[in-house]
Design a protein around this ligand. Structure first.
Ligand SMILES: C[S@@+](CC[C@H](N)C(=O)[O-])C[C@H]1O[C@@H](n2cnc3c(N)ncnc32)[C@H](O)[C@@H]1O
Length: 349
């Protein structure tokens, strides 16, 4: 019999501990290789450094394609993917593979080569937003208790936090828009902001003259298009739970800052090199969700982007996920949605 005592596996424990920090139940994660609900804090799989065998139940997204999927030509959305067998809810479908780009390269490549296949690895921002939102749900009374309990230790750390604050102020802020996609909320008391913020002109005007804006004008990270002098961002979908990707700014110092002052999200680009995952189309009523999975590294900047069935899917049905782009967010770009769902928003962008 296969042992599924999750508490005895260090990797599995990472998944459970992470899920706990965002208020999820302790049954989060794989159940006999199926993922019934997304785990925004990430899934940590066993890997070659573990003592377990390749048959371990905590190895799912690292295995090659198990289901029969077919790439087919849709009527009006280019190529798409459909399942050739019935797919049970929670089944692993495939990962999203491509070339790993830095934010700056992705912006340039997106504008020059097309931006339909960019997936943002914004795991850090998503988790930080969830944690911040989660703590905001705590009643003031509880916060007061926490504050009192922490006062002593805070005194000791005051010098450290002062200098962190200074570092934070010095850190150049990247407020670029990042579309994301929507996934169902996990169970538990998680309330996080799922709406996406638009890139509004007012906001941008205020930032004019900032070091970041100057750098962009000089051809640093982005290209300015001539018609409206807007910095045009390529469209891209974020690789984590839908809440506007790294548009989010934490009140606290981000973990990303530990990796360097200018460190921004890495982007997976499947335009030139990729796998079947690149053909998954958008639907306003999707049957697939995305999950960040850590396989070969626990570095939070480099999760694998994996797709799982959101519901039982009949053989022959197209597999789709919700890109959840923010309509109107990319100046000068309109993309109509042809998903055909009863609740279709009509536009992707
Ligand atoms: C990641 S690609 C998906 C695969 C693409 N259909 C192909 O042929 O390569 C994303 C692009 O597919 C098209 N697309 C996906 N879902 C769509 C939808 N619901 N309505 C219209 N176009 C869609 C859009 O052109 C979008 O930029």
């Amino acid at each position: 019999m296969i042992n599924q005592d999750k508490s005895k596996c260090a990797c599995w424990k990472l998944t459970l501990d992470g899920a706990k920090t965002i208020g999820m139940d302790d049954d989060a994660g794989y159940v006999y290789r199926r993922l019934l609900d997304p785990v925004p804090s990430g899934i940590y799989e066993c890997n070659s450094r573990c003592k377990c065998k390749h048959t371990c139940l905590n190895r799912v997204a690292q295995h090659p394609l198990q289901l029969k999927l077919q790439v087919f030509k849709t009527q009006n959305r280019g190529w798409g993917i459909r399942a050739l067998n019935d797919v049970p809810k929670g089944a692993f479908l495939c990962v999203y593979a491509g070339n790993l780009l830095t934010d700056a390269t992705a912006n340039l490549d997106g504008l020059n080569e097309g931006d339909e296949y960019l997936a943002e690895l914004d795991y850090i921002e998503v988790v930080e937003q969830m944690k911040e939102g989660y703590e905001e749900d705590v009643p003031d009374k509880d916060k007061e208790l926490d504050k009192n309990a922490n006062e002593d230790s805070e005194e000791d750390e005051s010098t450290e936090s002062d200098s962190e604050e200074r570092r934070e102020k010095n850190d150049e802020q990247d407020d670029d828009f990042r579309p994301a996609y929507d996934i169902p909320q996990p169970r538990g008391p998680l309330l996080f902001n799922k709406s996406l913020r638009k890139r509004d002109k007012k906001n941008k005007k205020e930032k004019e003259g900032s070091p970041a804006a100057e750098k962009k004008k000089q051809g640093g990270d982005c290209i300015t298009i001539s018609d409206d002098e807007e910095v045009r961002e390529p469209q891209r979908f974020a690789a984590q739970a839908g809440m506007g990707g790294n548009d989010f700014k934490s009140k606290h110092r981000s973990v990303r800052a530990h990796f360097g002052k200018d460190e921004a999200c890495y982007i997976m680009d499947a335009k030139v090199q990729g796998n079947i995952g690149r053909y998954l189309n958008h639907s306003c009523q999707p049957n697939v969700f995305v999950q960040n999975v850590f396989v070969d590294t626990h570095d939070p900047r480099f999760p694998w982007v994996a797709f799982f069935a959101l519901s039982d899917i009949r053989s022959g049905t197209e597999l789709t996920w919700n890109y959840n782009y923010d309509v109107g967010s990319v100046p000068g770009k309109t993309l109509y949605c042809y998903c055909g769902a009863p609740n279709c928003r009509g536009r992707l962008l």
